[in-house]
Write a protein that binds this ligand. Sequence first.
Ligand SMILES: Nc1nc2c(ncn2[C@@H]2O[C@H](COP(=O)(O)OP(=O)(O)OP(=O)(O)O)[C@@H](O)[C@H]2O)c(=O)[nH]1
Ligand SMILES: [Mg+2]
Length: 194
Amino acid sequence: MFSLIAGLIRYLFSKTEINVLILGLDYAGKTTLLEQMKGIFKKVQGIPPSKIPPTVGLNVGKMDVGGCKLTFWDLGGQVRVRSLWEKYYADAHGLIFVMDSADVGRFEEARMAFDTVKEQGELHGVPLMMLANKQDLPEAISTADISVQFDMHKITKVAFRLQPCSGLTCDGVAEGIHWIVDEAKKRARPRVDA
Ligand SMILES: Nc1nc2c(ncn2[C@@H]2O[C@H](COP(=O)(O)OP(=O)(O)OP(=O)(O)O)[C@@H](O)[C@H]2O)c(=O)[nH]1
Ligand SMILES: [Mg+2]
């Protein structure tokens, strides 16, 4: 009886664990966003944007958001390291695709990478958010135009959000992360340690 009650108490106080995958082309701003999230949600200073090197493997960020324990996996976006992405699909509860809204010259490449990722069977049903990053730049394309260029009206089978943001000013970042956590926690289960 005691162990049943203890188990129930552990269950009630356990936090849901959520894994969120952060993908996108190189130079989109993924690591910058992850470092800024540490400031927003953990109140610790992340690496300053000017000191962040290109990612060749994986950066992991852990933080509590919305009553959940989050693990972010930020993967490198260069072509030669994109083959690593698929190793993380099966364990992801949420997917963030970051794009550089100001780099129109790479929109087609970003669109192809985005299409490839969202068609992965292992990500079926996983909530998806595109962060239209670098909105602080004057040449940034609006989310209304990005939505048309990426055919976003066709995304109907998963919870989807297109979120404008800036990894430099942090505008839009917390709003987007709260959305993906709320959606992802519908798929994840609270972890109860034995
Ligand atoms: N103006 C502006 N610059 C940004 C923003 N976010 C990131 N950057 C800059 O964009 C460049 C690339 O940022 P990273 O965070 O390294 O990009 P990444 O997507 O992690 O790149 P990989 O690790 O190579 O895949 C850096 O010079 C950042 O300072 C933003 O919102 N606005
Ligand atoms: Mg990076």
